[in-house]
Design a protein around this ligand. Structure first.
Ligand code: UTP
Length: 475
């Protein structure tokens, strides 16, 4: 079809779907820009867009929560009876076997925009470690290297970026020489995007030649892993299990023998780690069971009376919070994609840079539009088997979301130090503490020194005496 014919068709389509403004500045664009814009329009599915506008953009009723949900069962962090003890030991053994056999891959979702942190560039390049100022990417890379070393396996690392931070992420990895990892063990790919909308349902334009888009959410990973060839690559390598984690959690235990082992023993397809919430309204999704399947109900959607409901022992009925740590089978992702699947979208009202009808750039200081995203936990009900393992917050969850305050770089750094102190103390090392119990020194343990606390015992000879105010780095 020639360009004129294509253009005519697109104009008709835009008119039918009330989006003619997209081509308003076509005449002012050069040939390459025109071609680029037409390509972007051709990639849009306007029938779907009409649905999104009606169901999310213009609709302000909160999503219906599933009927008849009950708290989801889970494996406690510490086994509570002899049968469970035996099962955990068996799971650890199986987990070790699977890691050693190269059946487990690390997978970080790093396509987010990190607006709350306000850091310039991919969040993975944010420096967080308390002594050496290592970035999040470096911490993960060193962990993967140490695990590969410990298990004599080559553990591959898959990194999801978005079209907005793909080039920058590649450059960070390249210029840091892949943090010592073998380049062939790293697979970097891009997730999809979704258009941004004005409140009245118009697709927003970033400039005269580009539609304003944002990454399609961490749920987009389930599509992108497949489309990008990452799953195919995993299959060639013999990877069966994907250890999914977020780029902002420096405490992540990527290759957790117990979690991987329990997941595999129970023949699960997608599993999760959970925390006991600090209170009824902690901003974590709630693990529930609906018709026998695990679902996550967002904190904002769980009615107050449910959130506050207590068991006779005083614990919350809905006590399990989701922390975005999962094991996902490659075969599950293949099955979802081969059948065609879609996750529900979630609406976020945000400040969106765009041009108005006159072509003037709008830099909003108040939220002015809608971004749509899918969430990875919405795939949990699609799994016929799914386990939940409780973990301990101070050991494994220190998200760097905000510049200051809760879940910030400062709280994550303190957690890194506190965990290192506990690990050393558990091996008998004396750690200086202030009268209030907090650690009175700065400690950083590299993964090359210890991947888990049990590794420390064999290295005690390398641990110096630690005095108040010391800065200690163990590698
Ligand atoms: P967040 O929900 O914290 O979003 O992402 P964000 O975009 O990083 O940060 P804010 O909300 O703008 O401050 C949780 C994890 O999911 C990844 C992020 O990179 C992070 O690891 N993510 C999020 C994606 O990979 N893609 C997305 O589209 C969204």
């Amino acid at each position: 079809m020639n360009t004129e014919k294509i253009l005519e068709n697109l104009k008709k389509q835009l008119k039918t779907h009330n989006q003619t403004h997209i081509l308003a500045f076509l005449d002012q664009l050069d040939a390459a820009q025109q071609e680029n814009l037409l390509r972007q329009i051709q990639q849009l599915d306007f029938k779907k867009i009409d649905g999104w506008v009606a169901n999310y953009v213009k609709n302000s009723t909160p999503p219906a929560i599933p009927a008849g949900f009950v708290p989801a069962p889970f494996y406690p962090s510490i086994p509570t009876n002899p049968a469970q003890e035996t099962k955990y030991a068996k799971a650890r053994e199986l987990g070790r076997e699977l890691i050693s056999g190269g059946k487990v891959a690390a997978f970080v979702v790093a396509g987010g925009q990190g607006t709350r942190l306000g850091f310039d560039g991919p969040k993975g390049n944010f420096a967080i470690s308390p002594v050496k100022n290592k970035t999040l990417f470096q911490i993960f890379a060193e962990n993967i290297a140490a695990v590969s070393n410990k298990y004599h396996a080559s553990c591959p690392w898959y990194i999801m970026t978005s079209p907005l931070n793909y080039a920058a992420t590649l450059e960070i990895l390249r210029s840091n020489n892949y943090y010592g990892l073998n380049k062939k063990d790293i697979f970097i790919f891009q997730q999809g995007t979704l258009p941004n909308f004005g409140f009245e349902g118009r697709v927003l334009m970033a400039d005269k030649a580009d539609i304003a888009c944002s990454p399609d959410g961490h749920g987009g990973s389930l599509l992108a892993l497949y489309k990008s060839g990452a799953v195919e690559n995993m299959k060639k390598r013999g990877v069966e299990f994907i250890s999914y984690f977020q780029v902002d959690n420096p405490l992540i235990n990527i290759f957790d023998q117990l979690f991987i082992g329990l997941h595999a023993l129970d023949r699960a397809q997608m599993s999760s780690k959970a925390l006991i919430k600090t209170g009824p309204k902690e901003k974590l999704g709630n693990f529930c069971l609906v018709d026998g399947r695990v679902n996550v109900i967002e904190y904002s959607d769980l009615p107050d009376e449910m959130a506050e409901k207590k068991n006779p022992d005083g614990s919350l009925v809905f006590e399990l919070g989701s922390i975005a740590i999962h094991i996902i089978n490659t075969s599950f992702i293949e099955r979802l994609n081969s059948k065609g699947f879609s996750l529900p979208l979630h609406k976020a009202i945000k400040k969106i840079l765009h041009i108005d009808e006159k072509g003037k750039l709008i830099q909003p200081d108040q939220p002015n539009g809608v971004k749509l995203e899918s969430f990875v936990f919405d795939a949990l009900p699609l799994a016929s088997n799914s386990i939940i393992l409780e973990t301990v917050r101070s050991e494994e969850f220190g998200p760097v979301k905000n510049a200051t305050g809760v879940d910030s770089a400062e709280t994550a750094r303190q957690m890194i130090i506190a965990r290192a102190a506990r690990w050393l103390e558990s091996a008998g090392v004396n750690i200086p503490r202030k009268p209030d119990g907090s650690v009175d020194c700065v400690i950083e343990i590299a993964s090359s020194f210890a991947v888990e606390k049990e590794d420390i015992q064999g290295k005690l000879a390398q641990v110096p005496q630690i005095k108040a105010g010391d800065k200690i780095y163990l590698a």
